[in-house]
Design a protein around this ligand. Structure first.
Ligand code: GSH
Length: 224
């Protein structure tokens, strides 16, 4: 498998964690989101992912008997993660209980649908280019949407009596989405003190090898 990734991309970070948790071998294909106006906008990469976003996962079968395999590329981190969960069920990242599965998807979607998209690089660029927002205004925007999302997330963790993981003392997709989002928040100096349960889960997860190896600091493209 080949993962088109950028070390700082939190959506790619989610997929890296899942690949590591499931012990799946993969090669990183770096896509630099800043250099040369962003390699995600190149014609070559748009052919891989027409949205010009990372991650993309290339699961094309190997060339057997000289036959050219049909390229198979999955885009959108949630689609990639659901594919990996179905194709590589061990260890499961969703529990069996249907209510708990729904709860985990609620948590992942708070991040993937309501927090991350409004703070994406291209959104921040648009604020600057179209509405002339300066750095401080962009940070205000960024913090606003993160704080709204984390407040709801924390409330749900409290109601669910979460301790070291988001659900039931075991790693699930909810942790996979949460850790990169907290990493981003810390990078942009959001005050995380109002979210003690979130912080505890973050500190617990980042000690574990699947999370450590997926972290931006460990990526081969960090110095490129
Ligand atoms: N919903 C998409 C979001 C992907 C996404 O926004 N990726 C960011 C990096 S975290 C990106 O490629 N940004 C490039 C840009 O904004 O130009 C997913 O989950 O895969």
């Amino acid at each position: 498998m080949k993962l088109y990734s950028y070390f700082r991309s939190s959506a790619a970070y989610r997929v890296r964690i899942v690949l590591n948790l499931k012990h799946i071998n993969y090669d990183i294909v770096p896509v630099h989101l800043v250099r040369n106006g962003g390699e995600q906008n190149s014609a070559e990469y748009l052919d891989v992912n027409p949205q010009g976003l990372v991650p993309s996962l290339d699961i094309t079968a190997p060339n057997i008997n000289g036959l050219e395999p049909k390229p198979q590329i999955i885009t959108q981190s949630a689609a990639i993660i659901e594919y990996l969960e179905e194709a590589f069920p061990q260890p499961p990242l969703l529990p069996i209980n249907l209510i708990e599965r729904a709860y985990i998807r609620t948590l992942t979607q708070i991040i993937a649908c309501d927090m991350h998209p409004v703070n994406n690089l291209r959104v921040l660029h648009y604020l600057e280019e179209r509405f002339d927002c300066n750095e401080a205004e962009k940070i205000t925007w960024y913090h606003h949407w993160l704080a709204k999302g984390f407040a709801a997330f924390e409330m749900l963790l409290l109601k669910n009596e979460s301790t070291h993981y988001c659900c039931n003392g075991q790693v699930t997709m909810a942790d996979v989405y949460l850790i990169p989002q907290v990493y981003n928040a810390l990078r942009f100096n959001l005050d995380m003190t109002p979210y003690p349960i979130t912080n505890r889960i973050y500190q617990h997860c980042i000690q574990q090898s699947a999370f450590v190896e997926a972290a931006p600091e460990q990526q081969p493209d960090i110095g490129l």
